[in-house]
Design a protein. Structure first.
Length: 85
């Protein structure tokens, strides 16, 4: 059958694209947790995740949870798309 019928493997460029998209979405969804983890590692007086999230939201707003995400958008999808090959 042809590709539009749903049978058969995807071409390489489509697999790369889907891998890149999945990496982009996964990075975007989990990045705030990574920010909280890093803040807790750097400052040991932060004892709970909720305390760190509240501090970020009150001091930097919602954007503070996504600080640095653009660089991960560059490297993350590239790494994940290659793993789909």
């Amino acid at each position: 059958k042809d590709r539009r019928g749903g049978d058969g493997p995807l071409p390489t460029h489509e697999r790369l694209g889907m891998g890149a998209l999945s990496g982009l979405l996964a990075q975007s969804a989990t990045y705030p947790l990574d920010v909280v983890r890093r803040r807790m590692q750097v400052d040991p007086k932060n004892t709970s995740e909720i305390q760190v999230i509240r501090g970020i939201l009150s001091g930097e707003g919602l954007r503070g949870l996504y600080k640095g995400l653009s660089m991960n958008w560059i490297k993350g999808p590239l790494a994940v798309s290659v793993s789909f090959l």
